[in-house]
Design a binder for this molecule. Sequence first.
Ligand code: COA
Length: 441
Amino acid sequence: MSQVIEVKVPAIGDFHDIPVIEIAVQPGDTISVDDTLLTLESDKATMDVPSSVAGVVKEVKVKLGDKISEGSVVALVETSDAGEAKAAPEPAKPAPAATAPASAPAQPEAPRPPAAPSQPVPTPASQVQAPAPALPLGAKTHASPSVRLFARELGVDLTKVPASGPKGRILRDDIANFVKSVMQSPAGAPSASLGVGLDLLPWPKVDFAKFGPIDVQPLSRIKKISAQNLARNWVMIPAVTYHEDADITELEAFRLALNKESEKSGGAKITMLAFIIKACELALKKYPEFNSSLEGENLVLKKYFNIGFAADTPNGLVVPVIKNVDQKSVSQIAAECGELAKKARDGKLGPADMTGACFTISSVGGIGGTQFSPIVNAPEVAILGVSKSVMKPVWNGKEFLPRLILPLSLSADHRVIDGALATRFNVYVAQLLADMRRALV
Ligand code: COA
């Protein structure tokens, strides 16, 4: 027996009165459970509202620009069988953050200039790339998560797609038209040229099974999103990595003593990561260029101090963000890191947990490593990599002493931060970790 069901906005965390920026369905559409009904965009994140039922849309209860919150009715859907209704709707799907905060537009974007007509490319259909002029440095694409997903599935670079939606928003049809135009171009013509004879070749296609047994596993959603963002950041950001050693002998002794005390009193454990976050906050204050983002020809300097940290999860890498670290003690930061890392591993981070970072720390020290070169997490301009601390003999002018040395690897966008500044920042972080009293002078 059919039944008309009200589909409501599910739990979306602390977001209220969020504008509707895209409506994906209209009366008469047949939809399945989890199909996107509409897209909301707050100043922090973009999120799709999925349908909790399958059926035919009878009425859409909202229009573009309406501001809605958790529980608002968005559509009436006629189900052929009441049993198709889910007990509770899935939470709204946030736009990917993780290493991908840039894929969730943080601010409204200026309309994009139309891309030039696409030229032919000799790439397979699964890797469609049309060599249209790149957007200006720092320019961002404006598209809903479902459209971004569609583009990713087709391997389309959104910065190349001419937008026809309001405020320069890229629509699903824009991607379809773009792919059609590329596919209709003569095959085998030259690809995008830098004019220096370094045209990119198509990705090598190898039949691995010819050489031995193989197993093909699909990438997780987080890995797919990360891949797109990491590739863009690696290619587009001229980053240099600067290495520094921090002598944390005293700090580690202090941390262990604190943890012994709190073990007795049942308090939370203080991690080295929490001290490193505090040191970075102080260094961001001293060197404000590190707390900035490039936007076209402007540098946006931030007056708030939010620090993201890379967290390893079974499904891939995510970057939860500790907000306003300048207003928190090291023990509060440690407790919050623990909570966010657990949420990350349980796959429960919401959009608000993963957006708004000014700077990121990637600590692999719990695993090992001597140094590495982290990829800057756009639109941030620097990231600090932390490897494993080890006891090393250090010459003090008279003798070698055993000191606990923590390797720091700072990657910084050279367009904003030159080598001297990066080294000053790194040295200051190392000095703070060696002796936090330095922050008082
Ligand atoms: N040097 C030596 N030991 C370290 C260390 C360092 N730099 N950092 C942590 N450790 C030790 C800790 O003291 C802890 O030891 P204990 O169990 O004896 O107390 C152990 O390693 C495990 O620490 P961990 O669980 O990693 O805690 P953390 O607070 O240091 O880190 C996360 C929390 C979320 C950052 C961490 O769990 C994680 O996911 N790291 C991987 C991040 C990553 O993949 N980055 C790569 C991005 S490309």
